[in-house]
Structures are given as C-alpha cells and as structure tokens.
Design a protein. Structure first.
Lengths: 558, 1070
C-alpha cells in the first residue's frame, strides 16, 4: 500500500453515457430545488396594490372598535359600567390595553398614513378628512387614557423606539388635524367615499362632528389653557356643531352573526345561550330606578323579577354570594350587593367569580347595544333576541355638547344657562333613547314605554333638584345626568370626573382601601416592554396634562 | 415530476434484476455484526500488495489461488483465507473488542466510533421494537442522554416534542432533525389551531413503524451534524429502517419474522378525588363548577342538613337538575324527579381501557450481492379517552444490489397510512375552554363529585344541543363533546430513497442519492351545533376539512475517497453538494352554521370560509469533509458547509460554517493503562469538537405585505365591505441567518475488564444573531418584525454509565447490567439587543408564557405575581387575599436541574427482565390541572375544610396580615384564581418508564417446529410515577406539553392526562 501506487489512476471503463444520463436526471429533477429567489409571499398582496377606498373602510371600522374599548374603560371606572377590581392599581393590568394600543397605532394611524397620500393623489379629499378626524379623535383619547404617548416619531419603520410627545402638544395637533379635516369635508368637488359608516355621505354633519370634537378638546383642557373656554364659546357661537340628535356621531351595527359578525360587541358577548358578559353597574341602575328615569327600560333588561336578598327574597349563596353578607362599614349610605325590582348587577370593585347567573342577572338593554327592551317579561335573553345586536356606538352626541356647555356655564358662574343646557341635554338623551324601542320588535312597547308625561315629570324633577342645590350639588346633578346620558361610551364621563371631581355621590369601591383612583391608565405592556424609550408609570395615580386637581382626595367619590 | 418518479422506479427496479458477474479477480464483502465494514485492509500475506474495502465493505483484488488473503481492521480479529479456486470471498470479522464499533454518522458516512471527536448515541432495535408506544419518539424517551422527549398528552397519536441539548433558538424550531435511511424526513406537527383554540394533530414521525426500525443513532452536537447544514442544527435522529439496512449473507437463508403485540392503556394521572363533599360553595349547595358544597353526610357542621341553602332533603335527595324551569320544557320526564346527593365517581367512569394491537411482518434475504427486505406493520390503538383511535398501516421495501459495471444501487420505498381520531383538545383554565373551540378534557376533570356524568342525558331531545347540570347550562357536557365533536387526520405518506454509487476506482466513489418524502394529511375538524364552549361559530356547528400536502425532495451528490498518505497516516475526504426543496400546501374549507343536526357535509352549512396556506423554501448546500488518522490513535476531522436559502435577500442568503474534531486514544499509546489482566483502563478516548451551524427563518420574513379582507363588515344593505389594512409585520430585508457555535469535549472509557463503561460529554453552545420575532411597540405601525438580535449560551453535561454488575461465563448464566444516563444543561439569554427589548414572550400568552429576558434562563416562565412591598413581603388586601401584581414577573423556570435514567437488565437462561426508571429533578410547571382541582375543591388535598388560613404577608399599612380566610377563599380565591405565581409547582418526577419480562424458547424446543426463534415478552410503560412536590391527591403527571409542540414548556392547561400501558408481545421467525 504505497502512496505512489494509490495515486496512479487506473484505466477504467467508464460508462460515459450512464454518467451523463445521471447528471441529466439530477439536472432535471433539481430545477425547482435550486431556485433561490422565493422571497415574496405568494398568498399575500403587496403594498403597491393598496386602495384608498378599501383603507378608508377599514379605518372607519377600526375607529369604532377603538372608541368602544376606550369608552368601556372610561365607563367602568365611573360606575356607568361595573369595574371588577378591588385595587385600582391591579384593576387593569398593562396587557389590558395592548389591543387598544395596537388598534390605535398599528391599525388606524398606520392605515391613515398609507391612505392619505393615495387619496390625495386621486382627489379624495373627503377620505383624507375622515382620516384626519379619526386621527384627532384617537390622539385625544390616547392622551385622555394614558397621558404622553408617541406621535411625532411614531409610525416610522426606521425608528422602532419612538419617543412620547407631551399630551399638550398632541391636543394642539388634534385641533390642527380637525381644522384640516373641516377644509377637506367642505371640498365639494371631491367624491364621497365608497362607504361612510357614520353620516352616510352627509359632510355637513362631519364638519359639525369636527367642531364638536374641538369643543370636547377645549372643555377637557380648560384647567390648563386659559383660552380654552373662549375657544369653546366661539364654536358655540358659530352654531356649527352637533346640536340635534339627528346629527349625533354614532356607528350603527348590524345583526349578522358570523362572516362577518356585525353585532355590537357587548351584545355578542352577552346575548348567548348561557348569558354572560358584563355585570351592570349597581350604582347606575339604582340611580335610574329610584329617580324614575324613563330610559331605564331601554338601558337594562331584567331577566328576573327579583334579586336574591332584595325585596324580602331569601339570600342565595349560589347565585349572589354577597346576598347573605353584611355591607362593609364604608358602604353606609350606599346600596350594597342587590337592588329592588329585579335589578341584578354588581358593586364597584366586586371581583368575585362568576356564578351561573348568566340568564338571571340584568343584561344590556336595547340602547345602545341592540338587545331587548324591558317589558316586564322577565325571561332569559338568547342569541339573536331583541334587536339582534344592531345597536349603535355613540361617539359624539348632541346631549354631550349640552352637558359640556352646562359645565362651562357652571364654572363661568352662569347657573341659569347651565340649568337650560342641563334640561336640553337630558331631553335630547331621552328622546334619542326612546327611538330605540322599535329595534326590539317582540317587545310590548305599548305597555311599558314611558309616556311623555313620565318624561316631563322626570326632567322637571331633575332640573328642580339642580336649581334647588348648592354649586356642589349642582355639579352632582349635572355629573349624574351626564354620566347616565353617556351609557355606551364613558370616555367623556371619565374626563368630566377627573376634571371636576364630581359627582361625589358615586358608590365607593367595595375594598375600603383600594388605592388612589385611576388618574390615567398604566401604559400598555406592548409599549412599556418593547419600546426602549418608554417606561411604565409608577402607578395609576399619574395625572394627564390637563388634570391639575389634587393628587389625593380627588375625585370626591374615591 | 414525472421525470423524478420514473427515475426512482428505474432505480428500484434495478435491484430486483438478477445480474451476473465478471470473475477475473477475487472480490467480496467484508462485514461485521452490524453490516458492511468499510476501510478494512485486505492484504496478500507476505507481500505489501493489498487494498481496502469501500464504503459498502466491498473489495476486489488480483490474487493467485495459492495466495492467502489477510482481512484486518482495527478492533476486529484478523482472518486469513486461502484463495484456492474461489472468486468470491465474503468474510465476516468478529470484534475483538466491542469498543471498536463502526457507526453511521452524518450523510450516511460510516466511521469507527473511536475516530469520532463528538458524541453519538446508539439505540438498538431491541430497545425499540415490541413497545407499547406506537410513537417512535416516545420510545426513545430516556434511552439516550441529552434527548428530551415530552408528550403533549396521553392521547393515542398526540404530538411529541423531541429536543436535543435544550433550546438554542426561541423563534426557530428546536425540534431534532429526523433522517430516515439517509434522507430528510418531515417530522412536523400540523395542529389544527393554536394551543388555546384546538391543539390536535400528530407529530409526523408517527408514520414510522417502530417495528421496522433497525437502529437509531442520535447525533447530538454540531460537530457531528455539520454536514446536514442548518437542518442539523438541533441534533439529528438518524434512523435506519430494516428496509434501508437490507444486508445479505450468502450463508443465511431467507427469513420471515412476525411480531404480534397486545397492550392495554389506561389513564395514569387520574386524580385521587375526595368523597366527602359535593358541589357548591362555602358549604352551601349549588349547581356550580366548584365542589365546595356540603358534606355527603347529613349532620355535622358541614352536613347537608346544615346547608344554609336548604336544598337537600333529609332523605339525601334534592331536586333533579333537569327538573328546574330552564330544563322543564326539554325534559318533562324529570319533573318532580329527585336526585341523590352522593359521590358519583364520574371522571373515573368516563375513561375506558384502551387496546393497542400491533402486527409486524418482516421478510429479508439475499445472497450478499442482491439483498432485500420487506416489512409490513399494522397498528390499531384505541386510547383511554373515548373517541380516540389510531390506525396505522406501513409497508416498507428496500434492497441493494451490486452491478457488474462498477455500479452499486440501493433504495427504499415506504408507504404508510396513519389515521388518527380524537375528540378535540384545547387549553382550559378550569371553567370551560379558553379559546374558540371545545376540549374533551376542558370540562371534565373538575366535575363536582355529586354530578353523575354518565347518568345525566347530554343531548337536548329536541335539537341535540348539549345539556348539563349547571342552571344556565353553561358547561358543555363531556359526553356531548365525545359524541358530537371530532378531529381526525388521515395521512398517506410515501418516502424513500434511491442511491447510486459508482466506483471510479478502488479509492474513489461517486454517490448520488435522491430522497423523497411526501405526504398528504387529510384533516377534518367538526362539531355539531349546540355546543357551549368556544365562539358563536363553534356553537353554531362547524365542519372544517382541509388537506396539508408536504413535499421534500432531497438531492445529494458526493465524491469520496480514502488514501494512505504513509504507513501511519490515513486520509479520507468527502466533497459534495445537496439541495433540499420543501413545500407545504394547505387547502380546505371551513363551514359554520349547521342546518340539520348531525349531518356533517359542507352543503348543510350556512357559511363557508377558506383555509389556505402555501410555503416553499429551498436550501442548497456544498460541503467538504476531510479526516486524517495517525496510527489508529489520533484522529482529526475537518468539515465545512455553505448553505444558500431562498427566502432571504440576496446579500444575506448564504452562510458558511466550519467544524472540526479530534479524537485521541491514550490506551493505544500506553498499553500499561489496561492494568494487570485488563483490570485497569481497558479503553480511553479523549475527544474534542467544534461545530457550527445556522438557522434560517421559515416563510417570507423579507416580504412587506398588505392585507385584504372581504369579511370585515357589512354595509347598510347587508353587502360585505372589502377592506385593506397594512401588515402587522415589518418585512426586514436585512435579516440574516442565525449562527450557532458549539464546543464539545468528552471521554469514552471502559474499565475493569470492560465491565464498566463511562462516556462523558460537556458542551458549550452559543447562538448569535438570533432570528427573533421581535415584538414592536405598535406605535411604530407594526407589531412584529423578524430581526437578528441577542445571544443565548447553553452549557451542558451528558454522561452514560454502563456497569456489568454480574457477568456470567456461562452463556445461560445470570447477568445483570445497569445503564445510567444523566443530562443537565442550562440555557441563558446573555444578550437581548441594545436594550430595545426587555422581554420577548415567545410561547404561550403574552402575560403568561415562556420568555427570553437578559440574564435569565431561556424560556423562563413569566406571568402575574403576588404584589410585594419594598422589603419583599407579600401584600394582602383587606379581604385577606393576595394583591396581584399585573406586570409580568418571573414565576418559574421550566428547565430541570437534571434528568437521569436508570435501566436494569437481568438475564438468566432464556429469561430476561428489564426496567427503566427515569428521574427528573426540578423544573417548574404552571399547572392549571392542579390549580383547578384544588381551587374547585375536588381532590383529597382539600378534604380538611374546617380550618382557616392566614396568608403570609403584610397588609397595605405594613402590619402583618392576620385576616382569616376559609378553605375555599384560600384555594379558589388564591391558588386557583389568584396571581399566576401561585399556580406554579416544582415538576420533579420519578417514573417507572418501562418494565419488561421476556422468555425466548430454547432452540431445542423449536427444532421440530417451523420456527427459528420464538419469544414472548410482557411489558409495561409508565406503570408508576410520583411528582413529590405537587399535591398528592391531584396525581399530576408533569410530562405534558400544554403549549403543544414548539418552544414552549412548563405549562399545563388541563389538556394532558398521561397514559399507562401494559401487555405482551410475541415474536417468531421462520
């Protein structure tokens, strides 16, 4: 075995044809296996096929879900809805807001960034305007919920760690956007968008909505901006804002259950074979029940005529565990656990497990989610019952404008105007809500709808109590009525509550020491943990820029 | 495609054609016990003329009849044969030392084990065949150090995680590569949905019939697997089937062997339920999820007569759950009926005893030049869960032939059909499923003791919908789930290989191999309308049918040669190129809204939706490997490979990675080490290896896409509105492959007359430029991007110890062998980018999952924790419960401290007895099973209900907590629904993995029978286990993958009861 010997190539008969054939076979067989440029996803379209109209559709849809989620948080902390959390710090963990944050930036603002240049190129000014309006609303709502949030550095693929802008700057930016939107809405040459889910092509109403949003912004910032009240009043003077319920900015849902599910999300969660979904707020039901509020049968549907523990009923440990318990000391003067007349909800902060009460507890009514009208039938809700979920999401209401104006009048020492505006706000809210009875075709409306005199009595009583009260009491009446009118979207209540501290009559948290009230929400986990320029707040008591009220002992019910 | 198939057919046909040979020289094959022996020396005695056998052990030499041929190979006894008039001389060399085995390494290259500078574990067919487990991966459990096998659950056909040496990446798959007969074999798990919504589907190595496996080698380190390119990154399970190993022996007749086995399976992790208390809360009766109700005895503080709800009458009965208003219309027969207040043992009776029957027939034969093997296997396994069944038919044909014109051909062709059925399994958090579908276990385990599952009608007589005891009917009856839901997966698979060798001369061989693996997986997921769990669509009835077609075409071309550079230095090389084409295509229809109850066909549904997916990727590689040996005592191997991948940008498309290893055998140098009479160190090898590999992103990470939906919403007229939206993923054209580097050192040794063997390996592995699905702050406009950041370091030790405690000289005497293996490793995230990212949760839920955090173990479990004050005390609220800290905190570490397996084999005469224990120390598990069973008051752990609890901690004012809470507040309000931290338990477990007792009939009994061999074995699997740090009554088995197959670990969502199996098998050869 010598090296030399090994390296001498032996003469061999090599079947050349066979070798060639072999390589040919390899060649043919490997054509598709050596293709090295497969970078495009064959099952996706590319960004250059983006369509401004299709994007505008998506922006409008994402907007309503954004507003709905924000409105629910705002409502739950202000007792319009029920908050489950004995500690304000822990009631909403950072991941709670991940979807909302994503909806705001990833979905809405990112789509607007792409839609706007495409729409401008095609002369679709109204689409551009809708984008600007939505962007302004989203910005304002993010600031109201969280405080400082990214904007000027946001939405840039080159910068994965955008810095937050101050809430104040974003409020200014929102006003700018709304001014631009108004110009675009007034562009008579531009065609209407393919779909307008809010005003069905009525761009005068869009202008009113933009001005109304500006009024909301000025009202919110009045504690830090001396000119805010003036700016507010100048829009009032122009009259070009939402004054009639026919101009209300709202989104109308459908009753289709799947592919797509067009129902109001709260209806979809509650109107199932087993019931479920949210608990109604005991504070609000009690307030409406004891004040003979004509809206109560539209807001709430009672599945059961009585609630355990109430009205002489036996307590029921299975269905309402607290019905056998004693009210905590700090609940003196407030209802605890159960209400009369079958109103079956939960107290503020109650975070107990869920008993099989889905088909017994009080459900959302026909307003605004499109559920059932309460006609004393006391039967279980079911999938498809009532309005089938074809309710609305209120975004900016004529009544809201009246309540905001009433607030401004009160702080401007003009109780007479405040009284008029309070009355007008309540009346607009009631008249709006009353139209919803027709959504529930199976209900006995004739037997149970409030009469006009019921309404008059209620409005009269409420306004008299306002007039008869001290300033503090007036703020309470105004706040309570404002909150009731905001059923379905509590963001404006949350702002009012932090701005004024009223009403001071809200049911406290079941926990005697729940920590400071949520002055702003903790930042979403997806922001705080993935953005190197972001850090989580120390706790929930951090105030947004316009909130100059005391850190502790405020708002007054907490 | 036609070209390829016809090519394969030609190759396959080739070896059934009888060929004739030129007889001008002496030729033959040198074999050893396990097959051909490459590199053996064939020398004409007394001369320097000689040759070496090629890769298949073949040689050919010019010799005269008087010559004596000397066949030698290190580690084997030399053999001398006089040529005479023979033209073919086949020689089988016997090992003079069992250490010097030849084993199959990467790309089918056979090497002497002692020449290897890296660890390879071998598992013989004896350890695999006739096992109650039908899944080859599960059989490997505990058989080799460094290999971690986790079952998704005890369901027959459920998926299995196979991870070697821990995680080295958290975005890429960490599942080991399966190579069957030299070609890549897809081992994916195609679940129908996420772990949350429906986690059904088998791991595709289930298509392999364990009884058709000849041997399994495990290449653990990167130095071993470099030649497989990036696919070999996670270690390689090299499987040689009987068909692939068809080896001839001219002296042996054709042989047929038949194996028949029958095994029973039962649920192993049945909780130990208490029988004192029934459904309710706070000792008051209620038709609840929970079991905190009154006692089954009438008197005493918690007796049912003292129940404040007063529901149970003195005679121990109460109103039948179907007698109440909500059910009265549908069940008039229960009006006024009474229901006995007693424990019903419902869960116990829900499960059944499963049966597994396996038949395997193998035929083999040949004359040394043309050899064949055929195997047919049939397995029918019904699991312990009703509705769960697995049927597999597998046919395998293989052979090889030596042609006259320097060609040799070999091939295998396998067909299998695997039919898997199960009721759906998905995660549950203790009150129904948490996702969009149903789960057979999701509503079962926490059934209150006072509920009679089998006695309560589960279908509404009017519309077939589920009915159950809870008064708003909000629990899906488990029997309804069994009857009305189904997931099935029927897989038809063809895989095989064709190999052509051309001997250019005695030293150079050209090899082309084509590997094919293609399967078509027909999935059906259905549920009749009327369910309770899941989405509205699921409740309306769903019928989803789709097909997954997966293809792998693998081409491999190599030139290899070997030379002796001098008397003492040998040299071998292997250069080649390979290409791998992978395609996954999914097509189907998802229907919802069933009309006629029970009819499962798309026409019967209101809504249809598409199911589609398509992914294609090519990887092309070139490689070179050289090895040198010096006097059989020093071996050096160097290799490198460059890969190109098709789904990255041109500039980032390729990566080159080298490897090298060295092996040194001191016992060859200093023979004195062996000691007197061999009582010292008989054999010692010291080795070191350095290996690298790469990880490539799957799918299309570079592409920027736009979404279009036709089903987002409807306009006022009810017409669907089409929408566009930007992609949530930011395409990254700069994405590179990730790179893994590993250094490994080890020793292999034998002592005391070869009675004791010890193999030790230590390794350190570093992954850089990790491909990470980096979560982006959505304010960037995107939620994720694939990017390269960070570094992971894994360090581990593996040891295999074998001791022949009793070795009898007498072949029929008593022998006792013990084998122990030991694995430990740590995996730390040493870098996570430039501080952009604090945490990446890569498995599970974002607020309860496995995360990467700098400085922590990779896969550390994060979730909500108990809030603590500045001094670290737990904070307690005024109700006496823990305050939750909602920010993600570390709640556990799923990686065990170590894992060890101890197996004992006893042989005496024709009997053998074996058992294998497995012990896992440490590692945490978040167990929803434990939390739910305690939280709902079901197991014996919760029997003592009179006590009160004071949670350790301080109140918010800083004073020590003194608030008493009761049993249900403690278990339900804290352990079950409190911070996630409280649901984490230590997963230490000891397990009797296998127990077997066999008898083979002595040959003298068989002489007059047609049998060559006949043996019978009784065997059990997972017959006993104990997880000592979990509550006793729950009987929890931590071998569960609640997040499914993937990189998640340490989570259980009530989805994985485990199985125990026992039975017997008979093996006969003819």
């Amino acid at each position: 075995m010598q090296l030399s010997k090994k390296l001498i190539m032996k003469k061999q008969f090599i079947n050349l044809r066979f070798i060639l054939g072999l390589f040919l076979l390899i060649g043919i067989a490997s054509c598709e296996t050596i293709e090295l440029d497969l970078t495009e996803d064959p099952l996706a379209i590319t960004p250059d096929s983006a369509d401004a109209q299709l994007l505008t559709n998506q922006i409008q849809l994402d907007f309503v879900f954004f507003a709905e989620t924000a409105g629910e948080f705002g409502g739950d902390v202000t007792r319009i809805g029920q908050m489950a959390g004995r500690q304000y710090l822990a009631a909403y963990g950072p991941t709670t807001f991940d979807r909302l944050w994503q909806r705001a930036y990833r979905d809405i603002l990112s789509d607007i960034r792409i839609m706007t240049p495409l729409a401008e190129e095609s002369g679709l000014s109204k689409n551009v305007g809708i984008g600007q309006f939505v962007e302004a609303y989203v910005l304002v709502t993010l600031v109201d919920l969280f405080g400082d949030v990214p904007y000027s550095e946001a939405l840039d693929p080159e910068n994965l760690n955008p810095m937050a802008d101050s809430g104040e700057v974003l409020y200014e930016r929102a006003i700018e956007l709304l001014n631009l939107a108004i110009v675009n809405f007034n562009d008579d040459v531009a065609p209407d968008p393919d779909n307008d889910f809010y005003y069905d092509g009525n761009f005068q109403n869009w202008v009113k909505a933009a001005n109304s949003l500006k009024m909301k912004i000025y009202a919110s910032s009045r504690l830090v901006d001396d000119s805010a009240v003036t700016s507010f009043n100048s829009i009032v003077a122009s009259g070009d804002f939402i004054t009639s319920t026919s101009e209300d900015m709202q989104f109308t849902f459908g009753a289709n259950e799947v592919q797509p599910d067009t129902r109001h999300p709260e209806y979809a969660a509650q109107y199932t074979g087993q019931g479920g979904g949210d608990y109604m707020s005991n504070w609000m039901m009690d307030k409406m029940d004891t004040s003979n509020d004509p809206r109560i049968r539209y807001y709430y549907y009672r599945q059961n005529a009585v609630t355990p523990g109430a009205d002489g009923e036996d307590p029921n440990l299975e269905l309402l565990a607290c019905s056998a318990a004693v009210a905590p000391d700090h609940y003196d003067g407030f209802t605890f656990c159960y209400l009369s007349n079958g109103y079956w909800g939960r107290d503020h902060g109650n975070a107990q497990g869920i008993p099989p009460d889905g088909l017994l507890k009080t459900a959302y009514g026909v307003y605004p989610v499109g559920g059932q009208f309460d006609d004393n039938s006391f039967s279980a809700i079911s999938q498809g019952s009532g309005g089938g979920g074809a309710g609305i999401m209120p975004i900016l209401l004529a009544s809201t404008m009246d309540f905001l104006r009433a607030e401004i009048a009160l702080v401007s020492n003009d109780p007479a105007s405040a009284e008029t505006l309070l009355q007008s706000g309540i009346e607009k809210s009631i008249s709006k809500v009353r139209t919803f009875g027709a959504l529930d075709a199976d209900a006995d409306l004739a037997g149970f709808e409030p009469t006009n005199s019921d309404v008059t009595t209620f409005v009269g009583d409420t306004v008299s109590s306002f007039v008869a009260n001290t300033t503090e009491g007036r703020f309470n009446v105004l706040g309570e009525q404002f909150f009731i009118s905001l059923y379905g979207n509590g963001m404006d209540a949350y702002n009012f509550y932090r701005r004024t501290g009223y009403p001071s009559t809200l049911q406290p948290n079941l926990e005697p020491s729940p920590g400071g009230f949520i002055r702003s929400m903790l930042y979403p986990q997806s922001y705080a943990a993935t953005n190197s320029n972001a850090s989580q707040k120390p706790d929930q008591t951090v105030r947004v820029f316009w909130d100059t009220n005391p850190v502790s002992g405020f708002p007054f019910s907490n | 495609m036609k070209t390829k198939f016809s090519g394969i057919l030609t190759l396959l046909l080739a070896f059934v054609v009888q060929v004739s040979f030129a007889q001008t020289t002496v030729s033959g094959t040198v074999t050893e016990e396990n097959g051909p022996l490459p590199g053996a020396n064939v020398i004409i005695k007394g001369t320097s003329t000689g040759t070496q056998t090629d890769f298949d052990g073949n040689y050919s030499i010019q010799a005269s009849p008087t010559d004596v041929l000397v066949f030698s190979f290190v580690g084997f006894s030399s053999q001398e044969v006089t040529v005479g008039n023979q033209s073919t001389i086949n020689v089988s060399l016997a090992g003079d030392n069992a250490l010097d085995e030849v084993i199959v390494t990467a790309q089918g290259i056979k090497r002497e084990k002692k020449a290897l500078g890296y660890a390879v574990s071998e598992i013989a067919s004896e350890a695999i065949k006739e096992n109650p487990q039908t899944d080859v991966a599960r059989i490997l459990s505990g058989k080799a150090s460094g290999v971690q096998i986790t079952s998704q659950s005890g369901l027959a056909g459920s998926a299995t995680n196979v991870i070697i040496r821990g995680l080295s990446s958290f975005s890429q798959s960490n599942q080991a590569l399966f190579i069957v007969d030299g070609v890549p074999f897809d081992s994916s798990t195609n679940s129908n949905d996420s772990f949350q919504d429906g986690n059904n589907g088998s791991s595709r190595f289930l298509d392999l019939d364990p009884n058709n496996i000849e041997s399994v080698n495990v290449l653990k380190g990167l130095a071993a697997s470099t030649l497989y390119g990036s696919a070999g990154r996670n270690g390689v399970i090299l499987i040689t089937t009987k068909a692939g190993s068809a080896k001839g022996n001219a002296n042996k007749k054709a042989e047929i062997s038949i194996t028949q086995s029958l095994f029973m399976s039962e649920i192993a992790s049945l909780p130990d339920y208490q029988d004192q208390y029934g459904g309710g809360f706070d000792q008051a009766f209620g038709w609840f999820f929970s079991n905190w109700g009154p006692n089954f005895s009438p008197n005493g503080a918690s007796g049912y007569l003292n129940d404040p709800s007063g529901s149970i009458a003195e005679d121990g009965t109460l109103a039948h759950p179907y007698s109440t208003a909500s059910f009265s219309a549908d069940f008039p027969e229960f009006q006024g009926a009474r229901y006995e207040w007693r424990p019903y043992d419902s869960v116990e009776q829900f499960f059944r005893t499963g049966v597994t029957s396996s038949t395997s027939i193998n035929a083999r034969g040949g004359n040394g030049d043309v050899n064949y093997n055929m195997n047919f296997g049939h397995t029918d396994e019904s699991g312990f869960t009703p509705g769960n069944n697995l049927v597999r038919n597998a046919l395998s044909i293989g052979g090889n032939a030596k042609l006259s014109n320097n060609f040799r051909v070999a091939g295998t062709l396998n067909w299998s059909r695997t039919n898997f059925k199960t009721p759906p399994v998905a995660s549950s958090t203790g009150s129904g499923t948490s996702g969009s579908g149903s789960s057979v276990f999701g509503d079962l385990f926490y059934t209150p003791r006072s509920i009679d599952i089998l006695g309560l009608p589960f279908e509404n007589p009017t519309d077939g919908s589920s009915t159950y005891y809870r008064q708003n009917n909000s629990i899906q009856h488990p029997l309804w789930t069994v009857k009305n839901t189904r997931f099935s997966q029927e897989t038809n698979r063809i895989f095989g290989s064709a190999n052509v060798f051309y001997d250019l001369n005695d030293d150079l061989v050209l090899n082309y191999r084509f590997g094919l693996d293609t399967y078509s997986e027909n999935n059906v997921n259905s549920q009749n309308r009327g369910g309770i769990d899941g989405t509205v669509a699921t409740q309306s009835g769903i019928y989803q049918t789709w097909n997954n077609t997966n293809k792998i075409y693998d081409h491999f071309l190599s030139l290899s040669g070997q030379y002796d550079l001098s008397e003492s230095i040998g040299f071998a090389f292997n250069v080649g190129a390979t290409s791998k084409f992978e395609e996954f295509r999914q097509n189907g229809i998802s229907s919802a809204g069933q009309n006629v109850f029970g009819v499962l066909a798309h026409f019967n549904f209101d809504n249809f939706n598409f199911i589609e997916d398509f992914v294609q990727r090519n990887v092309v590689g070139v490689f070179a490997q050289t090895s040198f040996d010096y006097k059989n005592l020093l071996f050096v191997e160097l290799a490198a490979r460059t890969d190109w991948v098709s789904n990255l940008s041109v500039e980032n498309r390729n990566i080159t990675y080298p490897s090298g290893s060295i092996s040194f055998i001191p016992t060859q140098v200093w023979s004195g080490l062996k000691g007197e009479n061999g009582g010292g160190i008989n054999y010692l090898k010291v080795r070191a290896g350095y290996g690298t590999s790469a990880g490539f992103e799957t799918r299309y990470p570079v592409a920027q896409t736009l979404a279009l939906s036709t089903q987002t919403f409807q306009d006022a007229s009810g017409a669907n509105v089409v929408t566009n939206t930007t992609s949530t993923r930011l395409g990254n054209p700069d994405l590179k492959p990730e790179r893994v580097d590993e250094v490994e050192v080890g020793i292999e040794s034998r002592f005391i007359n070869n009675r004791v063997s010890l193999d030790l390996s230590a390794y350190s592995r570093k992954t850089q430029d990790l491909i990470v699905d980096q979560p982006l702050d959505p304010s960037t406009g995107f939620t994720t991007t694939s990017t390269n950041i960070g570094e992971i370091q894994t360090k581990g030790i593996e040891a295999d110890l074998g001791i022949g405690i009793i070795q009898s000289e007498d072949p029929e005497g008593f022998n006792w062998d013990v084998n122990v293996n030991f694995t430990t490793f740590t995996s730390e995230v040493t870098d996570l980018g430039n501080g952009d990212t604090e945490e990446i949760v890569f498995a599970g839920f974002t607020n309860l999952g496995n995360a990467a955090r700098e400085g922590e173990t990779l896969g550390v479990m994060v979730g909500t924790t108990i809030a603590r004050d500045d001094s670290g005390n737990f904070l307690i609220d005024s109700a006496g419960d823990y305050i939750v800290d909602n920010e993600n905190g570390i709640i556990g570490d799923p990686i065990p401290d170590f894992v060890t397996n101890i197996s004992n084999t006893f042989r005496y005469k024709n009997f053998n007895l074996g058992f294998q224990f497995n012990y896992t120390q440490g590692g945490d598990i978040y167990s929803q099973t434990i939390a739910t069973l305690l939280g709902r008051g079901l197991t014996t752990d919760t029997e003592n209900r009179e006590n009160t609890y004071i949670l350790p901690g301080v109140l918010e004012d800083g004073t020590p907590n003194s608030i008493q809470i009761n049993n249900s507040d403690y278990y339900f309000g804290n352990v079950f629904t409190g911070p996630s931290e409280l649901q984490v338990f230590d997963a230490t477990v000891v397990r009797l993995q296998e127990l077997s007792f066999g008898y083979s009939f002595p040959e003298r009994f068989l002489e007059k029978t047609p049998f060559g061999n006949l043996s019978i074995t009784v065997r059990g699997n997972n017959l006993w286990y104990d997880a000592p740090n979990t509550p006793d009554g729950v009987n929890f088995d931590p071998n569960v993958a609640g997040l499914g197959v993937g990189n998640g670990s340490g989570f259980d969502y009530l989805n994985g009861p485990s199985a125990k199996q026992y039975g017997f098998s008979i093996n006969a050869t003819f």
